[in-house]
Design a binder for this molecule. Structure first.
Ligand code: NAD
Length: 505
């Protein structure tokens, strides 16, 4: 079936009204063959304003609903996601170009976070803190924050939004979502399934989820609007640098999930067979278009040649092709601009003395309009400017080290700080990497690649990655406001710090 018809049929199964697929100027293209699969109407500013009003009204009502009831909505959403996993996964593949396994994995991640959020709805808890004053009790309460604005990236068009939205809903917030202009269809499908869950539950305020379709102007609108209590933005460092100051100018709260430039250190004692498999998934998977993609390999000189031999052999055999077919492990890049950026980075690496293997254009029969590249392996003598930049494509730079301290310094010497790994069977090296003086990233793994995180942990990174945390652990706290409350049941009025203050009787 032609991709546009397949897309329309999937969207119909997922509950999206298909009359909206051909009524606007925003052309949505599938990276599989570069063809247009829909033309949507972008949300005009007046409609965005109306959506924000509905979202704010929804928050005012939803915050009064007991959290476990809010969790019930998310539980039902998770059930619908299970029932529609195949169709939604396929839509993700068509819109992003990631292979079927990864499209399905993305939906599974949404199911997992729905389960997590549902459980959390019975666990939103605060501390009781010892008071210095007799007859007093001090405690923390967590209240809904308000409307959460979510700006999302093309490469995880559903899961990263779900990390935000499911937590926000159980926390008592409403959500206004501006998906990437390159992947709005997945957003419409996620919203249709959410609306179905809301109808099933009943008594869910309208406006709990609003989707704004369009480009950067809508991201800016959300960043500037004081009705957005929490602004959660996922995308490039450049986007974060453009929008975070706007949120800060109105003293708003941001959660920033920005670019990564993830490294792995391979030590002399590493299990090279395991290391090779981990590197293959982390560097070539998702065609190098994960924020956590492995981009920099720092290998001890004693094992570097042996590892490179394995990697060269693996890289030559990576099947690249149509992600809807069963065999390819690597699909297309999102568009031709991504291919141009990859070519430019490889040219720069050559000028810096790098030896490039792979990276060639590939013509995939039936998909001539897509941008397919063989993943590239680049041995490079130093961590020069091109290595320090995130090129959102499958390029793995390989550097050698002799001294472990130098390896850690090299690893941390990039602007980004998202995910990191070490491959070693030496406990002291592993512990050192995870310690205060080791990796400076938000995610640090041992004998696992940097990508493919589970939802149970908090996800995010430091430095230019933006400092935000989403998903598991206590990331929910960012979607609530904390009130410190002190209750005096003593009948007297002792002041903190022993201050005496009062008029003589
Ligand atoms: P992008 O920055 O081009 O776009 C992301 C979103 O921000 C889109 O919705 C876009 O419309 C909006 N946007 C971009 N620039 C803007 C501006 N100046 N003003 C207003 N809105 C703007 O990113 P992308 O190409 O879609 O995604 C790839 C990038 O996202 C990579 O850098 C990747 O590392 C990063 N990413 C990070 C995470 C994370 O959790 N840290 C997850 C996924 C992707």
């Amino acid at each position: 079936m032609e991709l546009a018809s397949l897309t329309a049929s999937l969207l119909t199964h997922l509950g999206v009204a298909t009359d909206q697929l051909d009524r606007g100027d925003l052309a949505v293209r599938s990276p599989i063959d570069g063809g247009t699969i829909a033309r949507l109407a972008a949300t005009p500013p007046a409609d965005a304003d109306a959506a924000l009003k509905r979202a704010h009204a929804a928050y005012l009502a939803w915050r009064k609903v007991p959290p476990p009831r809010r969790g019930e909505l998310v539980r039902r959403y998770g059930i619908l996601l299970r029932q529609h996993k195949a169709e939604l996964g396929e839509l993700v593949t068509i819109e992003t170009g990631k292979i079927r396994q990864e499209g399905l994995g993305e939906v599974q991640e949404m199911i997992d976070i729905s389960d997590f959020a549902c459980g959390l709805s019975r666990q939103l808890h605060g501390l009781t803190i010892a008071s210095e004053r007799p007859g007093h009790r001090m405690m923390e309460q967590w209240h809904p924050a308000g409307v959460v604005g979510v700006v999302s990236a093309f490469n995880f068009p559903a899961a990263v939004w779900a990390w935000n939205a499911t937590l926000a809903w159980v926390c008592g917030d409403s959500v206004v979502w501006k998906p990437s202009e390159r992947t709005p269809l997945t957003a419409l499908a996620c919203a249709a399934l959410f609306n179905a869950a809301a109808r099933e539950l009943g008594e869910v305020p309208k406006g709990l989820l609003e989707v704004l379709v369009g480009g950067r102007e809508l991201g800016t609108l959300l960043a500037d609007d004081p009705r957005i209590a929490v602004f959660s933005a996922t995308g490039s460092c450049a986007m974060g640098k453009a929008l975070a100051p706007r949120v800060a100018a109105r003293l708003g709260r941001s959660i920033l999930e920005l670019g990564g430039n993830n490294g792995a250190i391979v030590c002399p004692s590493a299990d090279l067979a395991l290391t090779e498999r981990a590197i293959l998934f982390a560097a070539a998977g998702t065609a190098g278009q994960r924020c956590t993609t492995l981009r920099r390999l720092i290998v001890h000189e004693s094992v570097c040649d042996a590892l490179l031999e394995r990697l060269h052999s693996a890289w030559r055999r990576i099947p690249v092709g149509n992600p809807l077919d069963p065999t390819p492990l690597v699909g297309p890049l999102i568009d031709s601009a991504a291919g141009t950026a990859m070519d430019a980075a490889l040219a720069e690496a050559r000028e810096e003395g790098g030896t490039v293997r792979g990276g060639e254009k590939i013509s995939v029969p039936g998909c001539e309009g897509g941008c397919y590249r063989r993943p590239a392996l680049v041995e490079i003598p130093a961590q020069c400017a091109v290595v320090k930049r995130e090129t959102f494509a499958p390029i793995l730079y390989v550097m050698r080290y002799r001294d472990f301290d130098d390896a850690i310094a090299l690893h941390n010497d990039v602007p980004q700080g998202l995910a990191s790994s070490i491959f070693t069977r030496d406990l002291t090296e592993a512990e050192r990497f995870l310690s205060t003086t080791g990796s400076d990233c938000g995610i640090a793994n041992v004998n696992i690649g940097p990508s493919g995180a589970e939802i149970g942990g908090a996800f995010g990174g430091e430095k230019d990655t933006g400092g935000g945390r989403e998903s598991g652990s206590d990331a929910w706290k960012a979607y609530m406001r904390r009130a410190t409350c002190t209750i005096n049941y003593s009948g007297a009025l002792p002041l903190a710090q022993g201050i005496r203050f009062g008029l003589d009787e």
